[in-house]
Design a protein around this ligand. Structure first.
Ligand code: SF4
Length: 475
């Protein structure tokens, strides 16, 4: 048990995840009201099973220096925890989900790429490798962001919260389609109502990118899919779309007929997600499909005319080490996807994995620096380059998720969503609508994950959306 005592809890959201990055899964008992002499206005004292991990005090400063103070505090804490554990974290003191944003802003402020790398190393103790990765990605994103900014439009997300089964690590809106099939018509009617509202709210603005995710959109049957596309085409002008992604995801939900329907309705980017190319692990994580299904779905997507196919894999899955990951990478290389997202397993709140962590143990999550390098080199070998990156809480090895793509096949929606470039209204259970009023004023509202609640409260949810966007015209 770790005990964290502080003078006040103003920095708890920075300190807590940094401690967990060094001690994944450990319980932290937090209290405030600590005073260590009169040397400073903020002080902390951290022990683990009675042994002191860190203890210091810092002079509190005015609000305008708060960011500076936070960085000083995190660097000091990092040094204490690093010297205690002997561990260096790849992302240093950074605990947020968007490290690339820091690089982007620094470059936009006129600093060169090399200056930005050095600044990340010095200010946030980020490893040179991760700082260079962030700057590489920021460079790539800047071109796409500038082009999109000039269009003054919006993107749209539609969530279909059904899946064939629920994966071990899943914290997304996911309900077994077998138990929800009879409510799908009502669900789509609610999607239609929301789409009509979004159409009004964004009248006159260009729809730049459209992403249908979930869940697994292809759990819908062919007729249901057709209805969904009818709703979309009836509500929005798709002529300015730069990208239309359908995250088919689960190979066990993909059929040639559904792929044809997606293509006929303008879908030009699709995901076929293996997560691993080892059948034993697929069974363990509850995916309900085989490696063979993944290969079949991939070639069916190619046959249907998709020239932008994304695949997702996860490093750090229970029981997987170098041998299994190497196998997955060589199988994927033989397929030749256009876009590969390399995830580091995250133990997410609300997932079965989190609930069953005692059974698996954090030690069984084996993501390592070597595996990350192996995967990165394999992606480069497939002709892909990194183009977006994000981090999550409780990631195995404290790494990141990185999207890799062939030149010109970068997932535009992913970049716009991650860097919060423009508004992204979202439709469906468990979705989060984002209103980017300006880069410093970003407002969000979520919809309930529970499908029954979503259906019952649809009018209220639409009113909230109307309220959020009230008065905006132009993003
Ligand atoms: S396919 Fe995706 S959304 Fe569905 S259960 Fe698995 S992780 Fe969750």
């Amino acid at each position: 048990m770790i005990r964290l005592e502080m003078s006040h809890d103003g920095f708890i959201n920075d300190i807590h995840p940094l401690i967990l990055a060094f001690f994944p899964g450990e319980e932290i008992d937090v209290s405030s009201g600590l005073s260590i002499g009169d040397t400073g206005d903020f002080c902390l004292h951290i022990t683990r099973d009675g042994e002191v991990l860190s203890e210091f005090a810092i002079r509190d400063t005015s609000d305008k220096d708060r960011i500076l103070m936070k960085n000083v505090l995190k660097c000091r804490l990092y040094e204490d925890l690093s010297s205690f554990t002997g561990i260096s974290l790849p992302w240093g003191t950074l605990t947020g989900i968007r490290p690339v944003r820091l690089a982007l802003d620094h470059i936009k402020n006129g600093f060169s790429n090399e200056e930005t790398v050095r600044w990340m190393e010095d200010h946030y103790l980020v490893s040179r490798e991760k700082a260079c990765l962030s700057v590489d990605i920021a460079d790539k994103e800047l071109g796409i962001i500038r082009e999109v900014n000039s269009l003054k439009g919006f993107s749209l997300y539609i969530g279909i919260p059904f899946c064939p089964t629920t994966c071990l690590y899943c914290s997304f809106p996911s309900n077994a389609i077998s138990r929800w099939r009879n409510r799908v018509p009502e669900y789509l009617s609610c999607v239609e109502k929301e789409a009509a509202e979004v159409k009004e709210l964004f009248r006159g603005q260009k729809l730049i990118s459209l992403y249908i995710g979930g869940g697994t959109p292809t759990t819908l049957g062919p007729e249901e899919l057709k209805r969904l596309f009818f709703i979309i085409r009836n509500s929005f002008d798709l002529s300015d779309l730069k990208e239309f992604t359908v995250e088919a995801g689960r190979p066990d939900s993909i059929t040639p007929e559904k792929l044809r329907i997606i293509r006929e309705n303008g879908g030009d980017r699709i995901s076929v997600n293996p997560q691993t190319m080892n059948d034993k692990t697929l069974r363990l994580i509850g995916r309900n499909h085989s490696v063979e299904d993944t290969v079949r779905a991939f070639f069916e997507a190619r046959d249907a005319g998709f020239d932008n196919i994304n695949m997702d894999i996860i490093l750090g899955l229970p029981g997987e080490g170098e041998k299994e990951v190497s196998h997955t990478l060589s199988e994927i290389a033989s397929l030749g996807p256009d876009d590969l997202t390399i995830h580091s397993l995250a133990v997410k709140k609300g997932s079965r994995l989190k609930a069953e962590m005692e059974k698996y143990g954090y030690d069984s999550l084996n993501n390592t620096d070597e595996l990350m390098k192996l995967a990165g080199e394999a992606a480069r070998g497939m002709g892909l380059s990194p183009y977006y990156l994000y981090r999550q809480k409780n990631m195995s090895g404290n790494f990141e998720n990185t999207g890799w793509a062939r030149p010109g096949r970068e997932g535009i929606y992913n970049i716009l969503m991650m860097e919060e470039v423009h508004s992204i209204p979202a439709i469906g259970a468990g979705t989060v609508t984002k209103y980017v009023k300006d880069p410093k004023d970003i407002r969000r509202i979520g919809e309930p994950k529970d499908v029954n609640q979503y259906i019952e409260r649809i009018d209220e949810l639409i009113s909230k959306k109307r309220e959020l966007y009230k008065g905006q015209r132009g993003g």
